[in-house]
Design a protein. Structure first.
Length: 155
C-alpha cells in the first residue's frame, strides 16, 4: 500500500511525501521449516526535486526513514541483515554461523540519497544506516552510482 502527496511550487520544483506499508511473505518448498515467515516494512520518505528545462538537468534529494519487523523471515535474494530466521542459512551453508537464532527482527532504517541528472546521465550518492534494535548493531552503507537513461546525449 502506498500513499503519495505531491506539491509543486512551479513547473521546476516539486516536493513529494510518500508513506508505504509493504508486507512480505515467504514459504519454503523443501519443508525444512515448520512454517513460512512474514515481514512488515513501513516507511516515510520526502523528496525535493528541481528541474532545469533549458539545460535538461535535474537535481533531487530524498530521505527515507523506516521500521522493519520480521517474524521468521528469510529471503534468498535479500540482505542477511533483514533475516529473522538464521537457522535456515546455518543448515544449508556449510560452516556458516550467523549468531544466535532470532525469530523476530526489528530494525530502524534511514536512507539519504542525492542525484543529479544531466542530459540522460544520472550521477548519485546514497547513504544507508541500519540499526538492529535487539542486538544494538549498526550497519552503514555508502554508494556512488551512474545510470544512463534512454535519452542519454540525445537532443
Amino acid at each position: 500500500m502506498r500513499f503519495k502527496y505531491i506539491k509543486s511550487d512551479d513547473d521546476r520544483v516539486r516536493h513529494a511525501l510518500t508513506l508505504e506499508l509493504p508486507v512480505y511473505f515467504y514459504h519454503l518448498e523443501d519443508n525444512t521449516l515448520d512454517y513460512g515467515g512474514k515481514a512488515l516494512y513501513p516507511t516515510i520518505s520526502y523528496e525535493w526535486r528541481h528541474w532545469n528545462r533549458e539545460q535538461r538537468a535535474d537535481f533531487s534529494i530524498r530521505s527515507t526513514a523506516g521500521f522493519w519487523h520480521g517474524d521468521h523471515y528469510f529471503s534468498a535474494f535479500g540482505g542477511r541483515q533483514f533475516w529473522s530466521f538464521y537457522q535456515y542459512s546455518a543448515m544449508h551453508i556449510a560452516g556458516a554461523h550467523y549468531g544466535d537464532l532470532y525469530q523476530l527482527k526489528n530494525l530502524a532504517t534511514f536512507t539519504l540519497s542525492v542525484e543529479h541528472e544531466y542530459k540522460g546521465l544520472n550521477l548519485g550518492f546514497q547513504f544507508d544506516a541500519i540499526y538492529d534494535i535487539e542486538t544494538k548493531n549498526k550497519d552503514f552503507l555508502f554508494g556512488f552510482y551512474m545510470r544512463f537513461k534512454n535519452h542519454f546525449l540525445l537532443r
